[in-house]
Design a protein around this ligand. Sequence first.
Ligand code: GLN
Ligand code: MG
Ligand code: MG
Ligand code: MG
Length: 435
Amino acid sequence: MNREYIVNAIKEENVEFIRLEFTDLLGDTKNVEVPVSEIDAVLEKKVMFDSSSIVGFTSIEASDMNLHPDLETFNIVPPALEGGESVARFICDIYTPEGEPFKGDPRSILKRALKEASDLGYDVKLGPEPEFFLFQKDERGYHTNELNDRAGYFDTSPFDRGETCRRNIAKTLQKFGFVMEASHKEVANGQHEINWRFDSGLNTADKIQTFKYVVRNIAANYNMHATFMPKPLSGQNGSGMHINISLFKDNKNAFFDENKEDKLSETARYFISGVLKHAKALTAITNPTINSYKRLVPGYEAPVSVAWSHSNRSCMIRIPATRGQGTRFEVRSPDPTANPYLAIAALIYAGLYGIKEQYELGPVETRNLFEVESDDVPTLPTNLKEAIEFLKKDNVISDALGKYAFQKFIEEKEDEWLDYNLQVTEWERKKYMSR
Ligand code: GLN
Ligand code: MG
Ligand code: MG
Ligand code: MG
């Protein structure tokens, strides 16, 4: 997409405002908006912002940052998302005033990981599957704890009350260039899933951010609150964000090998063992909230074991039966609170490390680990603190994020853990008041 195309599109669509979006360290999309009269400054990468209060960004002394819009991410925002207004958006990279990519910019961190892969000749393809819940709102427009329906897996309307909302989300995503695949009611009441076609590493992270923005705003138009919280209700399935990964070399799927019995290449086996070997530290990045760990428990289709299998949902990694160009593996542990840029960067680093070190893949797991207790199968961390402790010791994931972001991330998450531990909950009062 070039400058001329963008300037024309802005004129034709009578765009009045331009949103410049980026992602903070914890994965939230942020934006500054400028009037269209500023388009030259935008395209010349001259728009600055004060980053001092953004999580993971810089201290007061060096807080001015530059926004470099990625022209490929230019999009006219469907007016339904912005109260009928005429708005366009860019996703931006963040640069220091000295013209260096900012070390705390998750998008730059992902770009570096993708460069590592391409230096080895690999093109990373990813297909994420984010799930979410729809809750009712109160009269002031804030979420309640009431779901919007009581429907289950693949149910239809009128029991599924999110159907037209979901359809509208899919239609809106098409306007952002998503190639839509299936969409359906998920297992838990009020829970949904919408899938799109796999894409490159950078596009996938950008799309996850756009997806959340679209889901939240369309749901709001239906007077519902969409949440990506991993486990909003105890005793019900939580929301995951499975990530399907494959590597391509010279346009061929590098995970496929005709001559192997299971048709999986050495590259696939090394990459998967890299991810398994770093699984515990990775979990801090792919499951970064207190609540994330309430999803990773036995019995709710979320994984609990650092193991791989073909069909077993208790394992962190599953290899679907598809072979040829569709050969891939699915990481089942991530949830939608992960910062997609960091999560993908960390997964790539772990996998590439497996290739470089030629890690051997352990045997396939055939037992249902929700039911069988086994000492020889390592488990995923059971809380954020445990995950952070593994993260601190992992040099590969530290390299993936770079020292600056790695330290900031750990600091943020340790604060979150401390804050949580200071809370006295309703559960405790119920349990202990009479003791
Ligand atoms: N909701 C499940 C999870 O937490 C996944 C269910 C599914 O997609 N099969 O990961
Ligand atoms: Mg799915
Ligand atoms: Mg699902
Ligand atoms: Mg899946």
